[in-house]
Design a protein around this ligand. Structure first.
Ligand SMILES: Nc1ncnc2c1ncn2[C@@H]1O[C@H](COP(=O)(O)OP(=O)(O)OP(=O)(O)O)[C@@H](O)[C@H]1O
Length: 299
């Protein structure tokens, strides 16, 4: 696996605010990474540091195994960390041509990138006529003009309506499917769940989890149970079962969080043998949301 970016013990303090706290993780080529954390958890600061627009307090980061200077490496990076300024009276194509000129890159990729973000049909429309979603898509096209190895996006769907959000997510997936590595920051759990293969969960600048999204969701799961009588006795029995970590109630439903593998059939048989006949039994995986809440509460 080729490492695109490596962060080691990165730290950033703004006076008394410890925005990034001893953060380490690696970005491997071809994956889609989400930095997930609530507002103010240090996501933008982390992106700012690796893009050389924020100075770190201590720690290291290296691009492409340290084979290139940061200046050279950043030529292979496409990033949108603030809304870029486009000229309202110029068309999509004209705006991108200007960016090519400023960056000193060829204009030959403009049409291809407009197609990638589904704006080719609107290439001759003035920027001022674009919806917020279209503006964001044009920003993505502008970040792709140099065919970057990695695309970095800070809160790519912020402020968009549901249709705009869906379109941006589809485009991110399309870009990833073409082999571009992606790193995005988001405070939205479902965004990371829908778009990313890997996640780094941070809170108050501290890493709480780093790994595959599907491994994070592949915990032991939970059981939903209902019974018409003897509910208190059932809860007590479940609490003493070795495969069950804890038991809670959500309205009429008993929720048993598992700490080891057990099938719904096994638990059903066990309870039936003890004289409990359930009216409802479902085994579920906890959502990323629940795991995220568990992670942030436990830390
Ligand atoms: N220039 C700055 N000066 C002082 N404090 C700052 C500065 N930039 C960020 N911070 C603080 O650092 C912490 C992390 O902020 P950061 O913007 O990195 O978080 P974030 O996770 O990106 O949040 P958001 O999604 O709200 O932007 C916050 O407490 C923020 O107030």
């Amino acid at each position: 696996m080729e490492t695109i970016l490596s962060l080691k013990n990165l730290d950033k303090k703004y006076g008394a605010v410890h925005a990034v706290n001893n953060l380490s993780f690696d970005i491997q080529k071809g994956n889609v990474y989400g930095i997930l954390g609530p507002n103010g958890s240090g996501k933008s600061t982390t992106l700012g540091i690796i893009l050389n627009v924020v100075n770190r307090t201590s720690g290291e980061f290296s691009w492409f195994n340290g084979n290139l200077s940061t200046h050279e490496a950043l030529k292979k990076v496409g990033a949108i960390i603030e809304r870029p300024n486009f000229y309202p009276y110029m068309t999509a194509t004209q705006n991108l041509a200007l960016i090519c000129k400023i960056k000193g890159i060829s204009t030959e990729k403009i049409d291809e990138k407009l197609q990638t973000v589904n704006l080719f049909e609107r290439r001759n429309s003035k920027f001022s006529t674009f919806s917020l979603g279209m503006k964001q898509r044009l920003a993505i096209a502008s970040a792709l003009l140099n065919d970057p190895e990695i695309l970095i996006l800070d809160e790519p769907t912020n402020g968009l309506d549901p249709q705009g959000i869906h379109e941006i997510r589809q485009i991110i997936k399309k870009i990833a499917a073409n082999g571009t590595t992606i790193l995005l920051a988001s405070h939205l759990l479902d965004e990371v769940e829908k778009v990313c293969s890997h996640v780094v969960v941070i809170r108050k600048g501290i890493k709480l989890y780093a790994g595959r999204v599907d491994e994070m969701t592949a915990s032991k799961g939970l059981l939903e149970l209902k019974i018409d009588t003897n509910e208190a006795e059932l809860i007590q029995l479940l609490e003493n079962h070795p495969a069950i970590l804890k038991v809670t109630k959500d309205h009429e439903t008993i929720i048993a969080t598992l700490n080891s593998e057990i099938s719904a059939t096994e638990i059903n048989q066990f309870l039936f043998n003890k004289g409990f006949v359930l009216s409802h039994l479902v085994k579920r995986k906890p959502s990323l949301e629940q795991q995220f809440l568990d992670l942030t509460n436990n830390n």
